[in-house]
Design a protein around this ligand. Sequence first.
Ligand code: PEP
Ligand code: MG
Length: 753
Amino acid sequence: MSGFSAAGLRRMLSRLRDVMAGIGAVQERLDKVVALIADDLKADVCSCYVMRAGEVLELFATFGLSQKAVHLTRLRVGEGLVGEIAAHARPVALADAWSHPQFVYRPETGEDFFRSLMGVPMIQAGRVIGVLVVQTRQERPFNDWEVETLETVAMVIAELMAATQIVRREELFQSEGNALLHVRLTGVSLHPGVGIGVAVMHKPHVRIGRLVSDDPIVEEKRLQVALDTLRAEVDALIDGAHGDDLGDSYRDILEVYRMFADDRGWISRISEAIASGLTAEAAVQRVHDDTRIRMMQVSDAILRERLQDLDDLANRLLSILAGGGMKAELPDNAILVCRSIGPTELLDYDRRKLKGLVMEEGSPTMLAAVVAKALDLPVVAQVQGALNRIDAFDQIVLDANAGQVVLRPSEEVVDLYTAAVEARVKQKAAYVAFRDLPAVTRDGVKISLHLNAGFLLDMHGLTETNADGIGLYRTEMPFLALPTLPDVKTQETLYKQVLDGAGGRPVTFRTLDVGGDKIAASSTQAPEDNPAMGWRSIRLTLDRPSLLRQQLRALIKATAGRQLRVMFPMIATLAEFDAARKILDMELVRHARHGGRPPLSVKVGTMLEVPSLLWQLEELAKRVDFISIGTNDLMQFIFAADRGNTRLAHRYDTLSPAVLRMLSGVIAACDAGHVELSVCGDLAGAPREALALVALGFRTLSMSAAGIGPVRAAIRSATLSELGSFVRSRLMAPQASLRESLRAFALDRGLAV
Ligand code: PEP
Ligand code: MG
């Protein structure tokens, strides 16, 4: 199949269209289609399985397998590799399909000759309607391009099948409410995991009985009383009044949130509406509607999120004014379904009974997503039509690893996912059991593993994973939803809590990285065409030095008598670093002048995430104590590929020889300049990628808590001398990526990746 090109794909698609649109019996056309695919992809087998009523996949046409099996071989969703592809709506590509635990042997197909298998779901209108499989006699790996090609082909066949009605329409598109067949909805995962349960519709809407008031003074009083109750409720949540040990972990989020409840602009607008003759609840609703309409016209994603948070507060306030009672009773396994939800609304539910969250809207930086992360609650957001298609009490399997919601799943699907949940629990337990083992390669090289954090809640990860410290503390995170930065005192308290939480382990605080896809203090700025390359991060804080000064002041105060590690983000020139460093020095002098206790030591570093810095490393090394590579940004700039654009997510591979050579050059420069070096971008948190980094010479990696267990296991399974020469010998390879060869290497050596 190698050597297949984009032009080849286009040709194949046009041939497919011709065959499907041509004359002849439907079966005949489908037979031609599979033969054509096998021929074009140089595979020995191509088979098309079609979903029939009752969640059964029927072999509908095949080239290469026994024709006797056509319409005879049937696999339930979840059964065998084909069933698994349909159940997860995910491709499978296996060099050795026979050794896969899900492999099911069907003698009637004559399958014994075929070793390798690649299969993809056929999806139409968001539903799996079949599975397309190719097989080869020779054992061979499949690359991502081949999988993508087959996915494109499958999509086209699915559309053509629907158009030509190869299978009766009612079978392909079961009517809503047909409980026999499942419906699969797709969204964006905000927190991974799998939840199995029944749908509970979250209904925040409160009906307002009375709109017009008799007496504005009485209504204003009611409003003030309700606001007091609102603040008390948020305070109660802040105090962890629900009697759980996680209360502390999202305290900082709620404190930020509480600031909304005190927002004077919001409250005075409600009072004005009351003065104009509305009841307190009608006034809240009115202001809320106005805000919504205004905010809806704003294209800025974060501002819209703020709107959702205000939604939460307004709903809570309305429910207080209306006498409460907006919360649904939960069954033991509840999957909460909503348009969007606020953090306190989410916390109101009994979290022991919550197994997942499905949202029609929502985005990764919304506060509810952060709370969900703290609760380890699987979340799938941006599920189009969720509210229309999901009914209360519907059975749901929420696969937040794949961003999927399976409605009314079959028993097999439930069993499959139940097994996945159990496996995950076991795996997590295994990582916890290994957390005290050092991350040392088989040949004795120690790798230091650090945690990336942004909220106090992330500090839990330190004990859970026994990481060596916080390699990246993203200070902007708790403040993302605020229009202005909190004062020095508030920041100081927060940073102290972080340091206390770290219990003496080093913490690297990165100064504010706002703007771009993250925003806070700049929310009033005009929209930019290229925000990621715009007025963000150090550029913004150097232009608004008071922000940086206040933050550094808070950091210096918080670290009195302890080690201060400060890192500047998005540095592109030496001059920028010098300017930022100068502000830090000024603040250190100021602190001393005021008689403040100085930090025990001060280490200053920079993120390496703008490519221009790559050619200034020698000079930079003379100025910094450490450098941490932010691969998320660095990759997007190196490949000129927006890190948030999912269409580009698989186009460039971080394990390309180009990237690895660049990284290897950075190591050499930092070694020569005696500068501490680490990687803190997402690259460091994936086992295979982490091994490549270690092979190149990195000895410090920083990642999210979820990455530490798997990366530790991978490191402990590898022999560095062997791995190092393998990777280094391929740095000049012509391939776009070393991923496949690294995978094969890992497989051969039994590495835990
Ligand atoms: C990075 O860019 O790799 C990084 C770690 O920073 P952030 O993801 O916060 O931009
Ligand atoms: Mg970055």
